[in-house]
Write a protein that binds this ligand. Structure first.
Ligand SMILES: Nc1ncnc2c1ncn2[C@@H]1O[C@H](COP(=O)(O)OP(=O)(O)OP(=O)(O)O)[C@@H](O)[C@H]1O
Ligand SMILES: [Mg+2]
Length: 597
């Protein structure tokens, strides 16, 4: 007799459950996705003990008639696809017909459903995949599914569940993400008796973000369309203070995914703009025609595969780069009449004018230049493979006219030897000379490093410096990287190092402080840091020390030079540390305050 036999259906389901259901949160995800596919406008989720004891999901969707109610528990029974062709362009969240039978095979399961417009409904109870009862039942239109004691019949799996609090956090993370994807659906999550999320339906993503996260001035909008692909959402602005890490939510066709291409593009865009943000908060929504993305590549559908991977990378990178660097300079609102003497105003921008205020970040940015294929000429330029068909060879990568927020400016003078006052047709600008010059030098250094090393100047008399041991060894261990910047440092025995050359752009008098700052920065970096990160850190510190200082008088020529250089950099409105480079008082603001409009 042969050794091979077919597994009974309930055992096959339990095996499938091992893939679909990792933990209570995955049950919640599957059930809520089913509710969304069933056109629910409200979904109510309840979890006890992090979902280990009980998960209940109720929706007001289309429901199921008695026949469908029975069928939905069969393996590979689905209403969402019919033929192989449908797999090529999936428009629903589910399509495999395996979530419900899998979940029911590893829990005490109860389904109550009533199809819209029908008199009565059906209730089915299942234990570990075995149907216990099917009865006619009342209840509202829509569907209610209860999943109790998940994995009770698979102790090996149950053992791997985390604490109630950790599982509850996962549940709330998934519900938050689904709520972000579907602002038009209302969600309620009650976890161990506490209401965690309660968001009624709204009409836009920004309203949903507001419901979930409150007023977030530190997020900036992203919006871009190219070749049938649309990216929109909100991302963390570059800020000097504030968290370096935040939730990273990426959705493709309203599906929660983890995608390495997109994650890489996010990191890339932040890393050229700043040396600080490492895992910034993003809420990004990518819409790709369903036939250009395969969603059937992962057991829990947590990953997708793009047909044009490098094009997607560029779309994300460019969109974020633009949003980060070319966001408009903060605008100052002049307040003349409402300021009473003796009532000092809070300086809202450190080191700059008191009494300024920022416009809300939630407002749509005024300058947009996508939509026409031309705005992507530059994308194509960086992406030899994907874009050659629409490439425009004559496109300038960052031509000056391409920088809408940084117009040519005329320097008028210097305020307190620290700020350049300049004007263009649209208003007056106050530029922090040190921060602006630092931005310019940082970009120049980074650009230079991609092809060659920086110019070096040999010191007439080598400098011997004493440093704390950890800093000294951090510096020596990075000697090779430092050499690319023009620094020549070597161990001088004891606590000392010897410096024989420094970058040409650095004033030799600055060499001591610059190297001490570098030693401190490099010592503070994670050991496992990628080489590019240390290079960036060195570039930022070098730029900071080579830049003109505050309280330093400048000639008009020098001011003009800084302004022109600034205009040519891609990220001209923030310094590598995320500080604003310039503030703007718009023409409108001036005219308004002089009662001219
Ligand atoms: N809340 C619901 N309201 C109405 N119908 C539902 C609901 N949940 C499930 N169904 C029906 O039951 C079927 C089976 O659901 P199940 O989640 O097992 O598979 P699926 O959603 O089709 O695919 P996948 O396994 O990829 O999730 C669905 O195709 C749908 O027709
Ligand atoms: Mg499903």
């Amino acid at each position: 007799m042969g050794r091979i036999h077919r597994l009974p259906e309930d055992l096959a389901n339990q095996i499938a459950a091992g893939e679909v259901v990792e933990r209570p949160a995955s049950v919640v995800k599957e059930l809520v996705e089913n509710a969304i596919d069933a056109q629910a406008t409200r979904v109510v989720i309840t979890a006890e003990y992090g979902g280990k004891k009980l998960i209940r999901v109720e929706d007001d969707g289309i429901g199921m008639d008695p026949e469908d109610a029975r069928l939905c528990l069969d393996r590979h029974a689905t209403s969402k696809i019919r033929r192989a062709d449908d797999l090529a362009a999936i428009v629903t969240l589910g399509f495999r017909g395996e979530a419900l039978p899998s979940i029911a095979s590893v829990s005490h399961f109860r389904l109550r459903t009533r199809a819209r417009g029908s008199e009565s409904g059906t209730e089915i109870r299942v234990n570990a995949g075995i149907i216990e009862s099917v009865v006619e039942a009342g209840g509202p239109e829509g569907t209610m599914i209860e999943v109790a004691d998940v994995f009770y019949n698979l102790p090996a799996r149950r053992k791997f569940l985390k604490s109630d609090a950790a599982e509850a956090a996962q549940v709330s993370r998934f519900v938050t993400q689904l709520a972000l994807c579907y602002p038009e659906v209302g969600f309620t999550l009650t976890s161990s008796g506490k209401k965690i999320i309660a968001v009624p339906p709204v009409t836009s993503l920004s309203d949903r973000l507001y419901q979930l996260y409150g007023d977030r001035q530190d997020l900036i909008p992203v919006e871009r369309e190219f070749g049938g692909v649309r990216l929109h959402g909100f991302i963390a602005a570059l800020a000097e203070q504030g968290p370096v890490r935040g939730p990273q939510h990426v959705f493709v066709n309203r599906r929660i995914v983890k995608d390495r291409t997109i994650a890489h593009a996010i990191l890339d865009s932040y890393s050229v703009a700043t040396n600080k943000e490492r895992s910034p908060e993003v809420h990004l929504f990518l819409e790709v025609p369903p036939d250009r993305v395969d969603v059937n590549v992962h057991p829990t559908k947590a990953e997708v595969r793009f047909r044009e991977q490098s094009m997607i990378h560029e779309v994300v990178r460019r969109a974020l780069g633009d949003a980060l660097g070319r966001g408009p300079a903060p605008e100052l609102t002049l307040r003349t009449s409402d300021v009473l003497p003796g009532h000092p105003m809070q300086p809202s921008i450190p080191g700059a004018l008191a009494g300024g205020s920022f416009p809300s970040r939630w407002q749509a940015p005024s300058v947009r230049h996508e939509g026409s294929p031309h705005s992507f000429d530059t994308i194509v330029r960086h992406d030899g493979t994907a874009g050659t068909s629409v490439a425009n060879d004559r496109a300038e990568p960052s031509s000056r006219t391409d920088v809408p927020n940084v117009r040519p400016m005329i320097a008028l003078g210097q305020f307190r030897d620290t700020f350049i006052i300049a004007m263009d047709d649209e208003g007056l600008c106050i530029i922090d000379q040190h921060v602006a010059h630092e931005r310019v030098l940082f970009e120049r250094i980074m650009e230079r490093l991609t092809t060659q090393s920086l110019e070096s100047q040999r010191l007439l008399i080598p400098v011997v410096m004493e440093l704390p041991p950890a800093e000294r060894s951090a510096l020596i261990s990075k000697a090779e990287a430092l050499a690319r910047f023009g620094f020549e440092v070597e161990d001088f025995g004891g606590d000392s190092i010897k410096v024989t050359a420094v970058p040409a752009l650095l004033d030799p008098n600055e060499c001591d402080t610059a190297l001490r700052a570098l030693a401190e920065d490099l010592e503070g970096l994670d050991r496992g840091l990628r080489i590019e990160d240390s290079l960036k850190q060195i570039a930022a510190t070098t730029a900071c020390h080579a830049a003109v200082k505050a309280h330093y008088p400048l000639t008009l020529e020098k001011m003009h030079h800084i302004l022109e250089e600034l205009r040519a950099t891609a990220y001209s409105t923030v310094c590598p540390h995320g500080r604003p480079v310039m503030l703007r008082i718009t023409r409108r603001e001036i005219e308004k305050n002089f009662d001219r409009i």
